[in-house]
Write a protein that binds this ligand. Structure first.
Ligand SMILES: CCCC(=O)SCCNC(=O)CCNC(=O)[C@H](O)C(C)(C)COP(=O)(O)OP(=O)(O)OC[C@H]1O[C@@H](n2cnc3c(N)ncnc32)[C@H](O)[C@@H]1OP(=O)(O)O
Length: 359
């Protein structure tokens, strides 16, 4: 399924100067008519996952409607067809950054030919997204070179850009120059509880205070289309300074299938912004956040991967200051291959701590 208009499958736009035939690739192979998944499917390898439950990320969230050449809307994708409400929106009530980045990459990918693949993207979030109105995606074809193609995408609401995203695509190339770090040693996904199972465990704790019960119940009710298995999650009630690092296993909720790499990169863009920025707050438990938002987001796609299979998200924050925090992340495949690197800066405005307020 590529962009769809009135249910008809639309193939990506032929790149200018490229024969339509070579551009006839669908970045999203699965039809949008397939049943979206509404709950986690299967517990482990893709073979145990019900292949009829396609991820709502593919059937809906990343399913843009083509309005014109290089112009797309998420009007029909931003809604959960089975509930009529908008897809998951953080409690900040701003559009989730990962959704805007993922949709911007879908729009850019529609304008490049089949045999080149996303290798990097760099975005700025310039205005908060409004969950009450659709987003327009305007693609500018900056350059098509022999090996690389560059696109610029503007995500627009109320006539103003909310996101500007540059992305670059490269044709497959081999090279003798190759190295990567070694994947951290952590428990495998099968040894861990999902975030939902952890919350259920906390909710069974008789010592749980009402405040935490309400917060955890709200978190449980959120329909985030991502499955997460935290590694060494801090006890919810332990208010202590933690190292600015976290690891968790992560995958799209539901089946996506072999698809092609452009689709998995778009889903990884969505996934990569979830629970990422909070890494910078882990050492600063004593402060109450009044405002928090991602300022930018960058990704580098290194090797083929599947975003509907467990990947280890290794997150760390080397620095925070001047109301900003930097987070860096690496997505590892279970076989130890480094698939994706991410980086993001965010803005935090916090209330002074109790001790500071007394000064
Ligand atoms: C963790 C969630 C990850 C995400 O997905 S966030 C979604 C993706 N990111 C975004 O949507 C951010 C989009 N960009 C923007 O909204 C703006 O560029 C951004 C970052 C707010 C900067 O715009 P500016 O006009 O410069 O706004 P600002 O930073 O001056 O103010 C923003 C709000 O914070 C408040 N603020 C500013 N300085 C503060 C302070 N010292 N203490 C407490 N609050 C403070 C300020 O009042 C403003 O709030 P409000 O909008 O007026 O209600």
């Amino acid at each position: 399924m590529a962009a769809s208009s009135g249910g008809k499958k639309l193939l990506p736009e032929p790149s200018k100067g490229t024969s339509a035939a070579s551009a006839h690739s669908s970045i999203l192979r699965k039809s949008s008519s397939e049943k979206p998944v509404t709950e986690a499917t299967g517990s482990g390898s893709k073979s145990s996952r019900n292949e009829d439950l396609h991820s709502v990320l593919v059937t809906s969230v990343l399913n843009l409607e083509r309005l014109d050449l290089d112009l797309y809307s998420n009007e029909h994708s931003n809604r959960c067809t089975f509930t009529g409400t908008h897809h998951w929106v953080p409690r900040s009530r701003m559009l989730f950054g990962g959704q805007i980045v993922g949709q911007a990459l879908v729009a850019a990918a529609m304008s490049v030919s089949e045999n080149i693949y996303a290798h990097s993207l760099h975005c700025y979030f310039v205005r908060a997204g409004d969950p009450k109105v659709p987003v327009l995606y305007q693609v500018d074809r900056i350059r098509d070179g022999k090996s690389f193609s560059v696109r610029s995408v503007k995500a627009i609401q109320h006539g103003n850009p909310i996101l500007i995203c540059q992305s670059s695509f490269q044709r497959k190339m081999e090279s003798p120059i190759h190295h990567q770090f070694t994947m951290p040693v952590v428990p495998s996904p099968n040894e861990l509880l999902t975030q939902e199972e952890l919350i259920q465990k906390y909710l069974r704790d008789p010592a749980l205070t009402e405040k935490y019960k309400v917060g955890l119940t709200k978190l449980l009710a959120e329909e985030v289309p991502i499955e997460i298995k935290p590694i060494n999650p801090p006890e919810y009630y332990r208010r202590v300074a933690l190292e600015s690092k976290q690891h968790f296993w992560v995958r799209a909720r539901g089946y996506i299938g072999e698809g092609n790499m452009k689709l998995h990169c778009c889903v990884a863009a969505y996934i990569s912004d979830y629970s990422f920025l909070r890494t910078a707050l882990l050492p600063h438990f004593q402060y109450k956040v009044k405002f928090m938002a991602s300022l930018d987001h960058s990704m580098w796609f290194h090797a083929p991967f599947r975003s509907d299979e467990w990947m280890l998200y290794e997150c760390e924050s080397p620095w925070a200051g001047s109301c900003r925090g930097l987070v860096q992340g690496r997505l590892w495949k279970q076989d130890g291959v480094l698939a994706v690197s991410c980086a993001q800066e965010g803005v935090f405005y916090v209330k002074p701590s109790a001790a500071e307020s007394k000064l």
